[in-house]
Design a protein around this ligand. Sequence first.
Ligand code: ATP
Ligand code: MG
Length: 561
Amino acid sequence: MAIANNEAPAKERSANFLEEIIQESIAKGETRVQTRFPPEPNGYLHIGHAKSICINFGLAKKYGGKCNLRFDDTNPTKEDVEYVDSIKRDIQWLGFEWALERYASDYFDQLYDWAVELIKKGLAYVDDQTQEEIRLTRGTVSEPGKPSPWRDRSVEENLDLFTRMRNGEFADGEKVLRAKIDMGHPNMLFRDPIMYRILHTEHHRTGNKWCIYPMYDYAHGQSDSIEQITHSICTLEFDVHRPLYDWFIDALEIYPSHQYEFARLNLTYTMMSKRNLLKLVKEGAVMGWDDPRMPTICALRRKGYTPASVRAFAEMVGVAKRDNVIDLGKMEYCVREDLNKVAERRMAVLNPLKVVITNWEEGKVEMRKAVNNPEDEAAGMREVPFGREIYIDRDDFMENPPKKYFRLSPGQEVRLRYSYLIKCEEVVKDAEGNITELRCTYDPMSGEGSSSDGRRVKGVIHWVSAAHALEAEVRLFNPLFVTEDPFDTSNGQTSWEDNLNPESMVKVKAFLEPALKDAPVGKAYQFERVGYFCADTDSTPENPVFNRTVTLKDSWAKINK
Ligand code: ATP
Ligand code: MG
């Protein structure tokens, strides 16, 4: 019996390689699982970070462990509290709670003391070369580097100089502290890596206490060790750093955290480096970090993505050991699946064409009953006003339709969603021949779903009463880049800026049913037959603005199923 109970339910997927690693360490007697998410507060989190958050917090949760949030704030020139606050908000929005909130800067004293310890062990020295000279003397993969003329300074001299570095006696760039490892090491990172540099810059947390700041490779592993992180999970590009991570921990004889790497998330039509995203914001190519076209978490939220859909996406793409590029359609698939379950339905016409129902009494209004969410009975019903003049979508009418066209055309009947059958009697045009209005008649007996004589009508279209319509700006979003790879230069483009999509945001004037009047910002609705939408943060009662979260059409699932 016990064995049967331990069996995974049939639907559960098999363990990914990180889960296997954790299961192995548990089997070997490890009693804790402690992970951390270590963002640098130099920008807003993006969907790639969301994946890392889901992995780190998700693994801790799954194995009864904890996950810390640690800000890797070792570079004061680029960091800011604005970013710290946004990062915390985004993680909470995704539905995760950190055990401890920590900052690498909390450990500056300890890191300094450990650096002194390494100097005393003869494993670190102060170098007077510039960072440029250091770079030029590192050698190449095939040639060893050149030792610095300052490499063999005495411990006393190093201790004195390092103290004076800390005390601010030297200018930026005048000296660095380097680990003394091996200038001929095949792993270039071992060729006496820089541990500290001088930066007379105020830090957003430590103020002016420090003018020397630790480098990533020295700060990161030691911070993990201080927090007794059992599984330090990061992206693949850090795998060459792992031996150095281990080297510092061994040399200092401190708690041995271990690093494991997974493939970073790449998405088609999407750029994810914070540096370039910052550029988009600064150059005004987008409205800000939370512009719904950005891949940031705050932008996805503004666009109408739900936390559950982002988590489902992270789960769907899984954890890989090799770099790959994920189809943006998968993310859209996940949000569509989730919104289908939770979003209430409304009617909205994005490309309006007026229809006058000539046999409907002038001024008469009838409230039609509409289902809020066919996927959720508890969502109930609402009333939608119907009158003599309505708007339908221009795409739902064709003057010369092909065979098997079941929407509206001259002489043909169509069902209005939740309302009557109408028949097009006359097409009104302006002097240039543009269709300005349709004149139709309705079948008064068809209000309850059938027609007066049992005839069958296939097409159903949505509509909005003209007298009651809420006029709104609707923003339709398309990928920010026209090329699958934003960095593609194969067609003579000189940079990613050339690949920006001029049609990435299209604004249209739309007519919405009046029930959308006080739609709360961010609340998801399905505009029937059109897509999923939510009110934007720019929306006001006078000027409602809605974002298209995603279209209804499921192109990815069609291709891949
Ligand atoms: P960027 O290059 O976009 O600025 P970063 O790696 O510098 O990202 P950090 O703040 O240093 O950003 O990263 C925090 C954590 O998020 C790291 O563990 C990093 O590996 C992870 N991460 C960053 N980008 C991705 C991604 N595209 N996919 C998965 N994890 C990512
Ligand atoms: Mg980084």
